[in-house]
Design a protein around this ligand. Structure first.
Ligand code: M6R
Length: 364
């Protein structure tokens, strides 16, 4: 059942090109996105005033990344909320808004409660769910099924990747319908989406380098992930992937926040992982890395091919293929998943079933 792999997690990491491709193919036909089957006709989309993305854990990180991408592409206000906060908070929601609940299992207690709250307030709801017929899928007004297939490892990989894709597709379609991108741009973006599976495959082929680096980091005590914009959202997911299966303390910070406190934690040899997929923010994050280095940090940089000046600063660099920068999380997350996996393996831990965690959190 592990198809020759040592753990479900590494098997599922390798299934990502297929999972992403299936999810894309379910909504893109002949290069055209069609969401009418899930009830999101052009007219419905046109009447939506803003989006509320609500989720827990990695699904929340997918939402964080989506917030930057959708807001920028479709010029629509997007707000991201943790389901556990959303459900208890007295929020002022726009009645023409759309609440998007993102959940692999479709059974997460807080996410389900958030969905019910939105419905009770009369707000339209969309579920981005992987498990067919799950509670969240059944109760939402519209359902966007991610086609990751069954995910066994507690640490999510392929389901997270398909959640990103679902959000990207929503962003591109909202942009098209709302007229914030032209035909050419629309075509470019859909082509970039369709090219992602092959690029993920290429990153997977480079896994030995990450395995080598991860083995060297297996004794780390604290790891910091930093980035700006979408790279901050990627940092959050990278940090969670590492901590949940390796039990190494790790944190994600918006790079610009370091100086407001966290930099005091940097000591000789502390690993800091900088994510730099967004060209306009590249120099800014590099200067934050330089600041960490001058306090003794050991630096890993994750950036796209072409940004070779990172080697002047970082001690170890992973390059990923270029894509439209709105979709960068889909590629950048893969080396980080591999890093979490190989650190956990090097530490001899139960990768697929980390202590204290359940695959589906059905109690709050
Ligand atoms: O099933 P869901 O997507 O609603 O689950 C949400 C989180 O519990 C989940 O993403 C969790 O954070 C993962 N273990 C992270 O790898």
């Amino acid at each position: 059942e592990k198809a020759g792999f040592e753990h479900f997690m590494i098997k599922e990491i390798h299934e990502q090109p297929r999972a992403v491709k299936d999810t894309l193919n379910s909504v893109i036909h002949d290069g055209v996105i069609d969401l009418s089957e899930m009830g999101l006709s052009d007219e419905t989309i046109r009447n939506i005033s803003q989006l509320y993305l609500v989720a827990c854990g990695s699904a929340y990180h997918a939402a964080m990344s989506a917030q930057y991408a959708i807001e920028d592409l479709a010029q629509i206000p997007v707000r991201v909320e943790l389901a556990s906060e959303f459900r208890y908070r007295k929020m002022i929601l726009d009645e023409k808004g759309l609440v998007v609940v993102i959940s692999q299992s479709g059974e997460t207690a807080d996410s389900l409660a958030a969905l019910r709250k939105a419905k009770s307030m009369g707000i339209q709801t969309l579920a981005v769910v992987n498990v067919v017929g799950s509670s969240i899928a059944r109760e939402a007004d519209h359902v966007f099924y991610t086609l990751a297939g069954p995910e066994i490892a507690v640490a999510t990989t392929k389901a997270y990747s398909t959640q990103l894709i679902a959000c990207d597709v929503l962003g591109v379609q909202f942009a098209k319908v709302r007229g914030t991108i032209d035909e050419n741009h629309y075509r470019e973006l859909t082509e970039e989406l369709l090219a992602l599976p092959e690029k993920i495959e290429r990153i997977l082929q480079d896994k030995e380098r990450i395995q080598w680096f991860a083995a060297k980091q297996a004794a780390a005590h604290d790891v910091f992930f930093i980035g700006r914009g979408i790279d901050y959202a990627i940092s959050m997911e990278g940090s969670l992937k590492l901590k949940e299966i390796s039990y190494i303390h790790s944190e994600a910070y918006a790079a610009g926040e370091l100086k407001h406190g966290t930099i005091s934690l940097i000591e000789d040899g502390t690993l800091v992982v900088g994510i730099l997929t967004q060209s306009s923010l590249y120099e800014k994050t590099v200067s934050n890395l330089v600041e960490c280095k001058s306090r003794g940090a050991y630096l890993m940089g994750l950036t796209t091919y072409g940004h070779y000046s990172i080697e002047d600063t970082a001690d170890f660099v992973i390059y990923i293929p270029k894509t439209d920068e709105h979709f960068a999380a889909s590629l950048a997350v893969v080396p980080l998943q591999l890093m979490g996996y190989y650190v956990s393996v090097a530490r001899g831990l139960d990768v697929d079933k980390p202590r204290n965690l359940a695959k589906s959190v059905t109690v709050e």
